[in-house]
Write a protein that binds this ligand. Sequence first.
Ligand SMILES: NC(=O)c1ccc[n+]([C@@H]2O[C@H](COP(=O)([O-])OP(=O)(O)OC[C@H]3O[C@@H](n4cnc5c(N)ncnc54)[C@H](OP(=O)(O)O)[C@@H]3O)[C@@H](O)[C@H]2O)c1
Length: 228
Amino acid sequence: MNPARVAVIGARGRLGRFACELLADSAEFEVVAQLGREHDLCSVLRECGAALALDLTVAGQGAVHGRLALASGLRVVVGTSGVSRAEAAELDTLARARALGGIVVPNFSLGMAWLNRAAETLASAFPSVTIVERHHERKRDAPSGSARDTAERLSQRRGGIPVPIHSVRSPGLYAHQEVLFGGPGETLTLSHDMLGPEAFGPGLLAALRFAARVEGVAFGLEAALPAK
Ligand SMILES: NC(=O)c1ccc[n+]([C@@H]2O[C@H](COP(=O)([O-])OP(=O)(O)OC[C@H]3O[C@@H](n4cnc5c(N)ncnc54)[C@H](OP(=O)(O)O)[C@@H]3O)[C@@H](O)[C@H]2O)c1
């Protein structure tokens, strides 16, 4: 089978460079366009022959680029931080109207998907829950999109009570998240550490495979993983 053709938006960024190398090593996908700020996304996406757009840019642009890619007839994987569930639902409507599909993935790491599943299971087991996320000092947004996603999942299961997030930025860190459940005289902590971008590889490929075959836009990597 021919490899699926992918346009990477934000290709010169940290995650974009990693994704381009990952896809270059994969027989399933071929990168046909590497896009940055200097490109007219609309015209390149229409003309490059890609079936899929992978957006890895900057918080605030994920939904914008997702809409643009769908309007240009491409399926989408949005890994950029900060896309809300409401925005993902709008992308879903747009995709279905065009018989296209995709996925919004706040975190491509399989370990984070499992942390979320475990945290959701424990959501109402303790009176208090707090998220601590720690990232390298070059990360532009705080709190991280992943921490906000975990907080939203927990809040939904705790009757809408907001879940506080503490953010730390420091050299020497990569990407780390703890979910701290507290009760009288005890705590229970779920902890996840990523030491490098290779942690995103298997989830990124799973998200692209999923986006290539579905109709509608899903939210969260678990949609692209085997059922619980
Ligand atoms: N889903 C996940 O698992 C995951 C993991 C890590 C990071 N992220 C998120 O993914 C995004 C990228 O992360 P990163 O670490 O690679 O950031 P980065 O190193 O800052 O790279 C972002 C890239 O996007 C480009 N860009 C920004 N705005 C653009 C626009 N309007 N059109 C085209 N290109 C644009 C930037 O170009 P300039 O250099 O010219 O600004 C840069 O090359 C962030 O939102 C980050 O939070 C998600």
